[in-house]
Design a protein around this ligand. Structure first.
Ligand SMILES: [Zn+2]
Length: 394
């Protein structure tokens, strides 16, 4: 957590007495107000199509409490070109506001604390994508004088980034795959904000942990600690696009499934892994592959669908799975996660959610999948969280 100097904060207390000062002649006619929260945005959201047919905006609002007391964030409105797109109440905020470096969320910010508000806005099908996002925050400011503690402020304005979303093929072949911890509210990837080389990166913002179910709906059958018990173990991993191989790591051992690996260094956490350069500053990363299975070399050009290697359980992995993400740099840490859209896949069903998925992965029990009634074919969208996906025979 970033702590500002307390000696610097204390003299600010009296500022809340003079709440509004109107700008003098010759300057913009905007009232100047004390704003106890600093609002900032590091990475502008890139809108993309989700497998639910809606456009999604996923980003983080950086919030710093610059007052000398607690601030309770009571309401956050997201505005798109001035219109309210989303309104979060205190309970929703408490589930999405995380102080820097923390994994727990809370709606109250202690003085000097910086936090990230993890936002996920969806637009109705056919709705116009806004050009500019801004935020209106209602709060209770403990440091303000009695009678002036209920305050609101606006800020955190940022243009929506309309860079083209990369269109990719599937990373795997076949059916029964689960898009675990995919976009947009599963916290393990979406909220993995990591300070690396003096900057905070969210490389996993749109990552997926692909798992696979057997015919009985199980992630594994038999011995939990055997790699071969897992449905996905050894399945072919393929190139999602025509690309140049930017990075290869191989030679790292498989972990024993069901056990949290210890003493994994940062540079070994992805295990055996590949980064493909898709062009236009977009990179696809595949992690935790089988030792010795990688079929490509750095600098090699690959075609979409080319076999890259096999699903394994190397690196920081508790069960065989394929971690897949797209970022803006050729790194799995010092990079920012970008959305992508997949050319074609089929939604065969959905799981009851992350909690049920975690239990099925732990116990090897069948997941209570709700089959899709129409088994929709999806074209040009991101597979959202906890869906059962078929990639066909591409
Ligand atoms: Zn992952």
């Amino acid at each position: 957590m970033r702590i500002l100097s307390r000696s610097f904060v204390v003299p600010i207390l009296p500022i809340f007495v003079a709440l509004v000062v109107y700008a003098s002649a010759g300057r913009a006619d905007v009232p100047e107000e004390m704003t106890p929260l600093l609002l900032d945005m590091q990475d502008a959201p890139v809108p993309f199509m989700g497998s639910d047919g809606r456009v999604h905006l996923v980003y983080e609002l950086w919030v710093t409490n610059f007052s000398s007391g607690d601030v309770v964030v009571e309401k956050v409105e997201v505005l798109g070109d001035g219109d309210v797109l989303q309104s979060l109440d205190a309970a929703a905020i408490a589930g999405r506001l995380q102080a820097a470096g923390q994994r727990e969320s809370a709606g109250t910010l202690a003085p000097s604390v910086q936090a990230l508000l993890f936002l996920h806005v969806t637009l109705e099908p056919g709705a116009t994508i806004p050009r500019l996002l801004s935020h209106r925050i209602t709060m209770h400011v403990n440091a303000a004088p009695a009678g002036h503690q209920e305050m609101s402020e606006s800020g955190g304005g940022v243009p929506v980034d309309r860079k083209p979303v990369v269109l990719i093929g599937p990373p795997l072949l076949g059916a029964g795959y689960v898009s675990a911890d995919s976009c947009c509210d599963a916290s393990r990837h979406t909220r993995a904000a990591l300070p690396v080389n003096g900057h905070v990166w969210l490389a996993q913002r749109f990552a997926v942990d692909w798992e696979q179910l057997d015919a009985q709906g199980r992630i594994y059958a038999g011995d939990r600690e055997k790699l071969e018990s897992y449905t996905i173990f050894g399945k072919p991993v393929i190139a999602v696009a025509d690309a140049v191989v930017a990075s290869v790591t191989d030679g790292l051992p498989e972990q024993t499934p069901g056990k949290y690996p210890s003493n994994i260094s940062l540079d070994q956490s992805d295990g055996n892994s590949i980064i493909l350069d898709l062009g236009e500053h977009r990179y696809a990363m595949y992690a935790h592959m089988q030792r010795g299975s990688i079929q490509v070399r750095v600098g090699e050009t690959v075609k979409m669908g080319r076999l890259l290697g096999l699903v394994g359980n190397s690196g920081n992995s508790v069960a065989p799975h394929l971690h897949f993400q797209v970022t803006d740099r050729s790194s799995s840490l010092a990079a920012n996660g970008l959305p992508y859209e997949m050319r074609h896949f089929q939604i065969a069903g959905r799981t009851p959610g992350t909690k049920a998925f975690d239990e099925a992965e732990e116990k090897g029990t069948p997941l209570a999948v709700t089959p899709s009634t129409s088994a929709p074919q999806v074209k040009g969208a991101m597979p959202l969280d906890q869906l059962i996906i078929s990639f066909g025979n591409q």
